[in-house]
Every structure is written in C-alpha cells, then in structure tokens.
Ligand binder design. Structure first.
Ligand SMILES: [Mg+2]
Length: 348
C-alpha cells in the first residue's frame, strides 16, 4: 500500500441516507415508457440504446441500466429515476455546467474535423490506449489537439487500456503537451495507486482520475483510501441518484467530474443536477454526450452551447416517445424488469 501524505484523511464517517420513498409498483408501471434510440456511432457494441423513462409527479426519470446488468445493480439506476420523477433534485448552486468536447481514437489528421463539430472548446477529452494503436498514434493525436487548441485543458482517457509500465511511459511522454489529468490509465485501483505514486516520484505533472474504478458506492472510498487518484469520475445513475452521489463525493473527499452513462437528455438532466449541487466543480463535466444519439426524447435536448450546458428541465415529447417506442416484446421485458427491481428496492 503506497504511503500518501497529500490526501486529506477521510473525515466523514460512512453516512446512511434515509431510504428513498418508493412509489407503489402500479404507479411506476403506469408511468413507464420504453424507447429504443438509434446511435450515431457504435458504443459499448450497440447501435440502439434502450431505456425506460418514468414520468413522475415532479418530472421525468431515466431507468437506463444496461440490459445485461443484474437486478442488484439495476436497483441503483431505478432509485435514481425515482428521485428524478418523484422527489426532485437538490437546490442548484450554479446554472451553467461546463462540459468537455471529446476526440475519439482517430488519426491525427482527422482531429481538426472532429473539433470543428464543437463550438468553443475550453476542455477536451482525448481517447488514448486504443487497442491496435501505438503510443506514437496517441502522441500525434495529442499534438494535433494541442496545436488546434493552444489554451484548452486536455485530459486523456485510456479506459484502463495500459499496464502500469506502459502507463508510466505513455503519460511521461504525453505530459509534454500539458495534461489536466489522465482518466483510468490502468484497470485496477492498486494499479492506479502505483502509476500515481511513480509519476509523482518522477515529478511528472499529470493528475490521475478514477473512472471505471468508481461504479459502486464503496468504490470512491476505496479509491481515496488507496491513494489511487487525485479526482474521481462519477455518474448519477450507477451511484443511485443525485443525493447519494453528493454524499459519496463528500465522503471520498476528492474533486469530482460528473459524467454520463449513455443517457438521453432525461438522464443528462440528473447529471447536471449533481454538477449544479456539488460544492466545488473544478473541472468541466463529461455530460455533452446527447450528440451521440441520432435522436433524443425531447425537442430541447441538453446539448452544450459555447462549452457549457444551461441548467433546465427536460420534458419528454409525446411524439418522439411514440416514434422511438421499443418493440412490444422489449417493452414487456422492461416492464418485467421494473417489477423485479422494484421488488428488490421495496425489500430493503
Ligand atoms: Mg472514462
């Protein structure tokens, strides 16, 4: 276990939030719409994103746990949807949320064309460590981004694609363009801690962010205790809602970057609510992802304008819900899942 003197001690004892008041199953079933939205690009191996939207008394909630997720994991996503539709969000502290642009693992010559799709860019995430590519490819892509955006904050995301030794070599080299932080350079919490320790020892100015290592409520605390990261990437739905995520971030005692989980604008609204309610928001958020969809469920999608998304409520549009309604068979599957997951939440 690496010693770490820079991390503040965990001051807050694990806090039990009161259980979320759960509407009766019949009410949720009556509030449910299932849609299948076409994606612009394949993501997680899919070209159609299925989600269940729940229209509650105070707004719309998104229950978008991926189909392969077991009930226990999906339960947190349902709790998040219920919070949005039946309880509402905490008071916002800000009304405009900065978001990053994203450059996929394209060749360097395509970087200008990708960046041209965004308006003003103050922060950009660049994918690295893509399978089948080399560190030279990453370095060339980064150099192209830096040349196009001399003043932007550049973060790289390896999605756990390196081993510790590769990560040290890569980040030592890529740091030359000036990096804000590196997201999940290696897969494990122990590996992150080792990469962070070695970079610090060498004086390499790259912060480490944990993303894939933060999926369960206990993970942010493990990350913090292990000295594995300087910041954490958090997503509302997998953590069980905005209030729970706020509590988890506070317990971890690390700066947070709010990100999305392939959400429609309804799910993005919850991410914005978290970003708006965090006491500190030092980094642009990864919430500019609605553009990955060919179509959204609202006529006023939560897309960035000049590098930020304006905080506003989302109303699903009846025509779009009908146009992108999932097949009868898939709707039955989702309603059945709602019954199972509701039963699990109700038993807690
Ligand atoms: Mg990431």
């Amino acid at each position: 276990m690496p010693a770490d003197d820079a991390l503040p001690p965990l001051r807050v004892p694990p806090l039990e939030l009161p259980p979320l008041e759960l509407p009766p199953l019949d009410e949720l079933l009556a509030a449910a719409h299932v849609v299948s939205l076409p994606m612009r690009v394949k993501f997680r191996g899919i070209l159609e994103r299925e989600v269940m939207l729940l229209h509650g008394p105070v707004g719309w909630g998104e229950f978008g746990a991926f189909p392969e997720y077991a009930n226990a994991e999906a339960a947190r996503w349902l709790a998040s949807a219920v919070e949005a539709g039946w309880h509402g969000f905490p008071e916002p502290l800000r009304t405009s949320i900065p978001v990053n642009a994203t450059v996929p693992a394209v060749s360097a010559d395509r970087v200008p064309e990708i960046l041209a799709r965004f308006g003003r860019v103050d922060a950009v995430k660049v994918k690295v460590a893509e399978r089948g590519q080399t560190l030279d490819d990453d370095a060339a892509r980064l150099a192209a981004v830096r040349s196009a955006l001399p003043d932007a904050a550049i973060r790289v995301d390896a999605n756990g694609g390196w081993e510790v030794r590769q990560a040290i070599e890569a980040l030592t080299r890529l740091a030359a363009v000036g990096l804000e932080y590196a997201e999940q350079p290696v897969p494990t919490i122990e590996g992150l801690a080792e990469v962070r320790r070695q970079l610090r020892a060498a004086g390499t100015p790259v912060l480490i962010a944990a993303d894939e290592s933060v999926r369960k409520e206990s993970d942010p605390l493990r990350v913090a205790r292990a000295g594995a990261a300087d910041l954490i990437v958090v997503k509302v739905a997998p953590l069980g809602g905005v209030r729970r995520a706020l509590d988890i971030v506070a317990q971890a005692g690390l700066p947070a970057v709010v990100s999305s989980a392939l959400d429609t604008s309804v799910g993005i609204r919850a991410g914005l609510a978290l970003a708006a309610a965090l006491p500190d928001l030092p980094y642009a958020c990864g919430l500019g992802t609605v553009s990955l969809f060919q179509s959204d469920v609202t006529t006023d999608p939560l897309v960035a304008d000049d590098g930020a998304i304006r905080l506003r409520d989302v109303h699903a549009d009846a025509g779009l819900l009908e146009q992108f309604a999932a097949s009868a068979e898939r709707r039955v599957w989702w309603l059945d899942r709602l019954r199972r997951v509701h039963a699990l939440l109700a038993s807690h």
